[in-house]
Ligand binder design. Structure first.
Ligand code: FES
Length: 148
C-alpha cells in the first residue's frame, strides 16, 4: 500500500512521493499512518538534519529553477523563481481550500477550479481565487531548505 512505501525512507521517500504526478494519491490518503501529526515519525536517519521546531526540510535539488515543489503532506509549496532565490507559500488555495495540485510554467495551479498563483510572490494570476497564497519563511542550509 501507499503507506508502506512512505515508511521505507521517511524523509526522502516521503518527499519524493509528493512529486508532481502523485499529488492526487497523496492528498487522497491522509488517514493511514500518523493519525494527525505527519511529522511524528523521526525514526529513520535522514530526518536528523531538520533539528528544528516543526520546520519542513526540502532538498534544494527537489526545487527546480523556474518551478517548484508541492509538499502536499505539509501543505506547503516551495519555489525557485530564479536561480538561488527560494520562496515558500501555503499550498492551501485561498478560493475554497483545496490543495494546489501542480506547478506549470510560472504558476501554481489549483485543480479544483483552476486558480493560478505566481511562483514568485503567490499572487493570483488567474481566478476564481482573489487572495494570494500566504508566504512562508524559507531558509537555505547547505543542500536543504527549511520552511518555517
Ligand atoms: Fe482552488 Fe477553487 S479551491 S480554485
Amino acid at each position: 500500500m501507499l503507506g508502506g512505501a512512505a515508511v521505507v525512507g521517511v524523509g526522502l521517500a516521503g518527499l519524493t512521493a509528493c512529486g508532481s504526478e502523485s499529488a492526487t494519491s497523496d492528498t487522497a490518503a491522509p488517514a493511514g499512518s500518523a493519525g494527525g501529526s505527519p511529522s511524528s515519525t523521526p525514526a529513520s536517519s535522514a530526518q536528523s538534519s531538520a533539528g528544528g521546531s516543526g520546520g519542513i526540510t526540502v532538498p534544494v535539488a527537489d526545487v527546480p529553477v523556474g518551478g517548484g515543489k508541492i509538499l502536499a503532506k505539509d501543505k506547503v509549496v516551495v519555489t525557485q523563481p530564479t536561480a538561488g532565490e527560494f520562496k515558500a507559500f501555503s499550498a492551501v488555495c485561498t478560493h475554497q481550500g483545496c490543495l494546489v495540485g501542480q506547478i506549470t510554467g510560472k504558476a501554481i495551479v489549483c485543480p479544483c477550479h483552476g486558480s493560478e498563483f505566481s511562483i514568485t510572490d503567490g499572487k493570483v494570476q488567474n481566478g476564481p481565487a482573489e487572495t494570494a497564497l500566504p508566504a512562508k519563511k524559507v531558509t537555505k542550509n547547505g543542500a536543504n531548505l527549511t520552511v518555517a
